[in-house]
Design a protein. Structure first.
Length: 328
């Protein structure tokens, strides 16, 4: 044993097997010499009846004096009852944010959320979260990382806020699963952006133009009667798009539409006479339980956006969304 100095370390030669040279001044401080010639400073101690070793740094990247100082810090942690080698090992094995995302999706979203919500979560994970912090260790994510991600999408305040909400749920679960300390959610105190809700209501002349075009596309066959009926029902009932798309004949009763599973749970929607007239005139397909029949046998229509763009262009309603029909 001798005091480790730059001259001593530089003079050490590699051998067929790696070997250790220990410092004479600080117990547990030493150098590991690899057959490749690489030399790394080490801090060694005993904990729980076992010898533990922490690699401090590579010779050449840090000096002997810097390594000696770091070794003292490690020994100080051991004296306080800590186990730095175990902490480092656990950190290496700790899941990344990408792994947390998958566990969150499999164990939370798929079990507790509706398909539409699952789709929103999946989109936030794949497009916004993983590209930004997916490679980070879950335990290492700090508030500034979340704030930077949130700010990156400041030009899309709605999406930025939804992504922040997904992250907050994930890190709450990370605490429950023991992946982060309690109360350490890095999304806390990250302020959301102000969202300006878009309110658009069709005027009476606009409704008349839309009604005229719906009649025209139904007569000339450019749109199916099911597409036309879907838009008429949206206007007359105030239902959400998904509720009309997935409406089944068995849900229709004398009291109205008995929807078993909506965004707010089961609910009854009154049917005005005009809506009942539309439903009565709509052809039923024996093998299909859905009111708004799609192209695939036995399935409902899945795309109303493209038909709507064609219809609204013809009606000169270019800035009207399908959701605005519900508002109106």
């Amino acid at each position: 044993m001798a005091k480790l100095t730059k001259r001593v370390v530089d003079a050490l030669q590699s051998e067929a097997k790696d070997y250790f040279v220990w410092d004479s001044q600080i117990a547990g401080f030493g150098l590991r010499v690899m057959p490749s010639g690489a030399k790394t400073y080490q801090a060694q101690y005993r904990k729980g009846g076992r010898t533990r070793r922490v690699s401090i740094g590579r010779h050449g990247k840090i000096t002997v004096d810097e390594a000696r100082k770091l070794a003292k810090e490690v020994m100080g942690q051991v004296a306080k009852g800590e186990n730095p080698a175990e902490d480092i090992s656990l950190h290496r094995k700790a899941p990344t944010v990408a792994a947390l995302c998958e566990r969150f999706f499999e164990e939370h979203a798929k079990q507790r959320c509706k398909p539409s919500t699952q789709g929103e979560y999946r989109r936030a994970i794949d497009l916004f979260i993983n590209p930004a912090i997916g490679s980070f260790k879950t335990v290492d994510v700090e508030r500034r990382d979340i704030a930077e991600l949130h700010q990156k999408f400041r030009d899309k305040p709605y999406q930025a806020n939804r992504t922040l909400g997904v992250l907050s749920k994930m890190f709450n679960l990370a605490e429950i699963w023991g992946l982060r300390p309690d109360g350490s959610n890095p999304c806390r105190h990250v302020p959301k952006y102000r969202e300006i809700k878009r309110e658009r209501y069709l005027s009476q002349p606009e409704l008349q133009r839309l009604g005229k075009v719906l009649g025209e596309v139904e007569r000339d066959g450019s749109e199916t009667p099911y597409v036309v009926a879907a838009f008429r029902l949206l206007i007359l009932t105030g239902c959400r798009l998904g509720e009309i798309q997935t409406l089944q004949w068995q849900f229709l009763t004398d009291q109205g539409m008995e929807l078993p599973d909506t965004k707010t749970g089961a609910r009854r929607v009154p049917l005005p006479n005009a809506a009942r007239a539309i439903l009565s005139a709509l052809p039923r397909v024996d093998s299909n339980p859905f009111v708004i029949v799609g192209r695939v046998d036995g399935q409902h229509i899945t795309d109303l956006q493209h038909p709507w763009r064609r219809i609204r262009k013809r009606a000169k309603l270019d800035n009207v969304r399908i959701h605005d029909l519900r508002h109106t």
